[in-house]
Design a protein around this ligand. Structure first.
Ligand SMILES: [Zn+2]
Ligand SMILES: [Zn+2]
Length: 244
């Protein structure tokens, strides 16, 4: 399998940007007073949420386009095969993007700071670093035989896209979970089938131990306000067709 075309690279960047941006918007709202949020929700709740999601999508599109234009060539051509052949351990890691991250286009930085999503250039760099980590992981991921995976729709957003499995009780916590008798052993291997973006978003929301203790079913995850907002956003977004 050869690499993706440019449209796909751009889409991977846009998707990675969505995860970080929606989270930044939710953090900003949390920081604002509760009253303002209450007023906003009384002010025609559902319509507002839909409009917000549209506006956010436009903003993500704008930022991703801006950033992609300045991408160094190797970031738009990197593939799984290159990662395999690489002996430096650099390909597919955020190290590839180091110079780029140190020289982010000012239009991009200013747009995020002016929208009051993040405080300053340092914060923007930090956020963009997670975006690039996510992007490079997607760009250099091993091709998989997706026909073997049963569920068709992401259990959170309902989109029909490639799915990954999320251990509802993350594996890194299993020893502690058993020792502290938080869950019985039979529950440990339960998974949820999530698209890459929802999966990434869930891990942006909480640390693994917190997920294990309090957010160990899809139903529990769905009760969170941040996840509801994320679903409202992502379920409306277009996505690439299945890659065969
Ligand atoms: Zn999803
Ligand atoms: Zn996971």
């Amino acid at each position: 399998m050869s690499g993706f075309d440019h449209r796909s690279y751009y889409e991977m960047l846009r998707d990675s940007m969505s995860v970080a941006l929606v989270k930044a918007v939710l953090n900003k709202e949390l920081a604002e007073s509760k009253e303002t949020r209450l007023m906003a929700s009384r002010n025609g709740g559902e319509l507002n949420a839909k409009q917000e999601a549209e506006e956010l999508a436009d903003f993500v599109e704008f930022l991703a386009t801006d950033l992609y234009e300045y991408f160094p060539k190797d970031l738009t051509e990197v593939t799984y095969e290159m990662k395999l052949a690489d002996e430096t351990g650099r390909v597919g890691t955020v190290e590839m993007a180091e110079e780029f991250l140190n020289n982010l286009p000012s239009t991009y930085v200013d747009a995020i700071v002016e929208a009051k999503l993040l405080a300053d250039a340092e914060d923007v760099k930090r956020m963009t670093t997670t975006v690039m980590e996510d992007y490079l992981a997607a760009a250099t991921a091993a091709p998989q035989n997706w026909k073997d995976t049963k569920p068709l729709e992401c259990e959170l957003c309902g989109r029909e896209v490639r799915l990954t499995y999320h251990h509802l009780i993350p594996r890194s916590t299993h020893a502690r979970v058993l020792k502290k008798r938080i869950h019985p052993e039979w529950m440990l291997n339960r998974v949820a089938w999530l698209c890459r973006l929802c999966h990434s978003f869930v891990h942006h929301c909480e640390e693994n131990m917190e997920l294990a203790k309090n957010w160990y079913t899809v139903e529990l995850l769905e009760q969170r306000e941040d996840i509801q907002r994320w679903i409202a956003y992502i379920s409306k977004r277009p996505h690439r067709a299945h890659v065969k």
